[in-house]
Write a protein that binds this ligand. Sequence first.
Ligand SMILES: *[C@@H]1O[C@H](CO)[C@@H](O)[C@H](O)[C@H]1NC(C)=O
Ligand SMILES: *[C@@H]1O[C@H](CO)[C@@H](O)[C@H](O)[C@H]1NC(C)=O
Ligand SMILES: *[C@@H]1O[C@H](CO)[C@@H](O)[C@H](O)[C@H]1NC(C)=O
Ligand SMILES: *[C@@H]1O[C@H](CO)[C@@H](O)[C@H](O)[C@H]1NC(C)=O
Ligand SMILES: *[C@@H]1O[C@H](CO)[C@@H](O)[C@H](O)[C@H]1NC(C)=O
Ligand SMILES: *[C@@H]1O[C@H](CO)[C@@H](O)[C@H](O)[C@H]1NC(C)=O
Length: 415
Amino acid sequence: MGTSRKFHAFVVVGSVFMILLIVFYWDEVRASHLYLHTPVSPGPKIPHPPPEQRPHTSRPLSFLSDIDAFVNQFLEPGTGEPTDPAPADTGNQSEKADEPYVPRREWKIHLTPLAPELRERQEQRRRLIQDTCTNDSFSFPGKNRSFDDIPNQDLKHLIVDDRHGIIYCYVPKVACTNWKRIMIVLSESLLQDGVPQRDPQAIPSVQVHNGSMHFTFNEFWQRYGKFANHLMKVKLKKYTKFLFVRDPLVRLISAYRNKLEQPNSEFYHDYGQVMLRLYANLSEPPASVREAFVQGIHPSFSHFIQYLLDPQTEKKRPFNEHWRQVYRLCHPCQIEYDFIGHLETLEEDAEHLLRLLRVDNVVEFPSSSKNVTALSWVFDWFSKIPVEARRELFKLYEPDFRLFGYDRPDFILDE
Ligand SMILES: *[C@@H]1O[C@H](CO)[C@@H](O)[C@H](O)[C@H]1NC(C)=O
Ligand SMILES: *[C@@H]1O[C@H](CO)[C@@H](O)[C@H](O)[C@H]1NC(C)=O
Ligand SMILES: *[C@@H]1O[C@H](CO)[C@@H](O)[C@H](O)[C@H]1NC(C)=O
Ligand SMILES: *[C@@H]1O[C@H](CO)[C@@H](O)[C@H](O)[C@H]1NC(C)=O
Ligand SMILES: *[C@@H]1O[C@H](CO)[C@@H](O)[C@H](O)[C@H]1NC(C)=O
Ligand SMILES: *[C@@H]1O[C@H](CO)[C@@H](O)[C@H](O)[C@H]1NC(C)=O
């Protein structure tokens, strides 16, 4: 008994010591933005998991500036719901002038509750991922591994915003430019004349895709080595995680149109020339993308599909992110996403998500009306692809179809 009690005391003292050590160590190593920011307390709207508040009590001093806002959120449990008076939200200047000072709130106050269909839709999408991941009769590469077994370079699609406690897994060809713009605005990582850029649409796309604008897990690991893994897991647990997906075949058509059908020097050199050489019988494809397009040469959609199905392709290098499967970019069986958006319902989902993240007062999703690749195109685009190849292609992308609830495209697979 005596020894057991001593042992207990020892464990308690030891733990306290370790916690202090970690707190002080972090204080030294972290960059100013690397602390575990309050995950903008998941209020009634965020489905899961419940916020864990304990770690905030041991914040180092530099955190004090944020404590005000943080405490406010907890002192006003009804905030954000209809019961709350909404003084700051009416936007009527003449009325506002008479009001007493109201501290700026972290989020917009909504007088209408979120539509139940939207809530239900998210629940279904999350449940589908869970069911697919736990279905033992359906397996795909990497499905069973644990988070720790994911190589660090495979986590580079996770963009972290510590200010608001958000993690976004970006999927190219699924509105990712605009979501990256939102992440830049939220994390205030782009300064315009000394103040953070607040207008997503004003950010040029070159800058959007420049890695230095984003804080990803990959970079995190390079900076913090061994500590990174632990911090990563804490953030994944506490932050709100989201991604956007779309019909896998439509995404492929979109990738082809954007990167191979149009002149793109980088893609021509890295992929186009390879496809022309291997599948178009061109032993000497034009040296530059300019020459190729002047001569009217570019890989056809069939060449692209052949390239995807060729077992040799991935022996040389993994699929480019524009056509790599979403399950390989975002690891939905290892990371429990809170929100799964579909490009097909982009506007509704964007509005819902920004509200869920409580940033809809800070930023608005840019609307886009470009010539978007649509599902109705699939039949035409695949009509020249042999049905065998279509079936193989479906197998290759089947996990994405099933995880994210896209129907098997029977209309091109059954002949
Ligand atoms: C703002 O308030 C003024 C006076 O109360 C009123 O005349 C005006 O219509 C209001 N504007 C809006 C946008 O509500
Ligand atoms: C699990 O996968 C099998 C094989 O693909 C499928 O037939 C079955 O319906 C799935 N079960 C559930 C619960 O989704
Ligand atoms: C994953 O685990 C399940 C049982 O837990 C097993 O049936 C399945 O074969 C495993 N799949 C792979 C790819 O290892
Ligand atoms: C990305 O941005 C950094 C700093 O803003 C700059 O030095 C770098 O050249 C940019 N990279 C590219 C590829 O534009
Ligand atoms: C490509 O060239 C090889 C030999 O040079 C020939 O056997 C084959 O039929 C050609 N394929 C096409 C599609 O032209
Ligand atoms: C959209 O793109 C397709 C193929 O790239 C083209 O046939 C169609 O005319 C375009 N539509 C518009 C409205 O630009």
